[in-house]
Design a protein around this ligand. Structure first.
Ligand SMILES: [Zn+2]
Ligand SMILES: [Zn+2]
Length: 279
């Protein structure tokens, strides 16, 4: 394996290395170690620190801060978001991204993974008793919760709640910090509080490791794989291009400019995908 027994730093505060380390070790031979970095400075889910940079820039900052803690050539960083699904209405999605940097070989590679398997519940209340079956939907206490005052007098957030009496107390206190005497109770998306998110980070790590393990057929550097999708399939009736059918991939290298087109077998030419025959 390319990275047998090499060390990979992972700047993380929320134990994400626990899911990434075994996958990187199995597929790449890399030893992943967590490094202490205040990653919250780059943005938080609870909104005390706004996320201002595009994902890749945030990932680069996290990687840099990891390299700043000790000597090393290899690092990985993670960034996630929970938002409405880009294509499916009324569905919440979790987008996870992982960036891998190898300073020795001189490349950077980012892989993303979109999943709808995420526990993401939210409810506005004035009193604990109103929560009812919300706690079941939010998979509490397996998934942690946080409480935020609505229209706050000053922004104060109670995070990482996994205990009923602690939750009741947080609601009571933070209702008093709201101008309208209400709070928002929602899932805490920090990785160590969200088993579904942790699983998605694992799936993303697997995707990244598989990609790193593939070598470029020309320069033999790691990180060979699909850089874009090709949509060349044509409708069986009118022969116009089917814009939503992937017919192949452009594979590329992260180091040299070599590319190869990979055409997929069994690509659908059904008119049900055609904008003209089936608008
Ligand atoms: Zn057609
Ligand atoms: Zn190459």
């Amino acid at each position: 394996m390319t990275y047998q027994n090499k060390e990979c730093m992972f700047p993380t505060m929320h134990r994400k290395h626990e899911v990434v380390a075994p996958i990187f070790n199995e597929l790449l031979g890399l030893e992943v170690t967590a490094v202490e970095v205040d990653t919250d400075q780059f943005g938080t889910f609870s909104g005390e620190v706004a996320r201002v940079l595009p994902v890749k820039d945030t990932l680069r900052k996290k990687i840099e801060s990891g390299f700043g803690t000790k000597d090393g050539q290899i690092a990985v960083a993670s960034e996630g978001s929970i938002s409405p699904h880009p294509y499916i209405p009324f569905v919440t999605a979790n987008m996870e991204s992982l960036m891998f940097v190898d300073k020795e070989k001189g490349f950077e590679l980012t892989v993303s993974h979109l999943s709808t398997d995420i526990v993401a519940e939210k409810m506005e209340v004035s009193d604990y008793s109103e929560l009812n079956h919300f706690l079941l939907k939010a998979d509490f206490p397996n998934h942690g919760l946080m409480v935020i005052p609505k229209d706050p007098i000053q922004l104060e957030v109670c995070k990482g709640i996994r205990d009923e009496s602690e939750l009741a107390e947080a609601i009571k206190v933070l209702v008093g910090k709201s101008r309208v005497n209400r709070v928002v109770v929602q899932n805490d998306f920090r990785a160590h509080m969200s088993p579904t998110r942790m699983k998605n980070i694992g799936d993303c790590a697997r995707k990244l490791a598989i990609r790193i393990a593939q070598k470029c057929p020309k320069c033999s550097q790691p990180g060979w794989g699909a850089v874009s999708s090709i949509y060349d399939a044509r409708c069986e009736y009118c022969e116009s291009k089917l814009k939503s059918v992937v017919s192949g991939y452009q594979n590329g290298c992260v180091t040299c400019d070599y590319v190869e087109v990979e055409e997929l077998d069994d690509v659908s030419n059904s008119s049900k995908w055609c904008d003209f025959c089936n608008p």
